[in-house]
Write a protein that binds this ligand. Structure first.
Ligand code: CTP
Ligand code: MG
Length: 229
């Protein structure tokens, strides 16, 4: 099975509040996007396309390995992945069987997570996501700040990346959301949500706390501790 990796790295990182795009922020002396590409490669996915902010392509080309393909991302994560997917389906290259889509913001994803995603695809899953249980009590809060309901957390899961897909399934799901009324696709925060819109079952596998997403400054501080030990 030939799998291609897509790294979504075109976000600005508003919540982290750094002086540069989040994927270029340093962790242990290297840009987050470099860690994310290395994570995919350590897990067995060597052919990688990275979606980067349109005006920062030169800065990304300076830090990334030469054999990584760069494409200009878009305004939303969905638009960025779509741009990378177009490069993956380049008619002048052999079409891969599978695509793994990974966040640049998950730099320390262990190779075993990628291995489990690949194994599920090999076993016939058309879509698979790594998940972890929700450990905190989870409630619904009204506009007035008052708790209105408790959510039973037993069936709840937190979804991580890389998310794995049969390539043809992912491409047709992205084509299908083009046909949605304007605004309907605005809420896709991951690729499994795009695929689920086409009615494709999304399987789950075991995630890993170390694949946590770097969103706010505290997450980066935790990751710095991880790479030091
Ligand atoms: N992403 C992307 N293109 C966008 C927006 C996000 O490729 N237009 C990527 C980010 O680079 C990141 C991943 O999607 O690796 C997850 O998004 P998130 O953590 O929300 O990153 P940002 O959008 O950069 O951060 P923020 O929402 O705080 O601005
Ligand atoms: Mg974002």
């Amino acid at each position: 099975m030939h799998a291609v990796g897509i790294v979504a790295a075109a976000g600005s990182g508003l919540r982290l509040g750094a002086d540069r795009p989040k994927a270029l922020v340093q962790l242990g002396g290297r840009a987050l996007v470099c860690w994310a590409v290395d994570a995919l490669r350590a897990g067995g996915v060597s052919d990688v396309v990275v979606a980067v902010p349109a005006h920062e392509q030169a800065a990304f080309a300076t830090v990334l390995p030469l054999d990584v393909r760069l494409v200009a991302g878009g305004e939303t994560r969905t638009a960025s992945v779509r741009a990378a997917l177009a490069a993956v389906t380049d008619p002048f290259r052999p079409a891969p069987d599978a695509v793994l889509v990974h966040d640049a913001a998950r730099p320390l994803t262990p190779p075993a997570v990628i291995g489990r995603v690949l194994d599920a695809l090999q076993a016939g899953a058309r879509a698979v996501v790594p998940v972890l249980p929700v450990v905190d009590t989870t409630v619904v809060v009204g506009d007035d700040g008052v708790v209105t309901d408790a959510v039973p957390r037993g069936p709840l899961r937190r979804v991580q990346t890389p998310q794995g897909f049969d390539r043809a399934t992912l491409v047709s799901a992205y084509d299908a959301i083009d046909l949605l009324p304007p605004g309907d696709g605005a809420a896709f925060t991951d690729d499994a949500a795009v695929v689920r819109t086409s009615g494709i079952p999304v399987m789950t596998g075991e995630g890993d706390e170390r694949a946590a997403k770097i969103t706010v400054a505290h997450d980066l501080a935790v990751a710095e501790l991880q790479v030091r030990t």
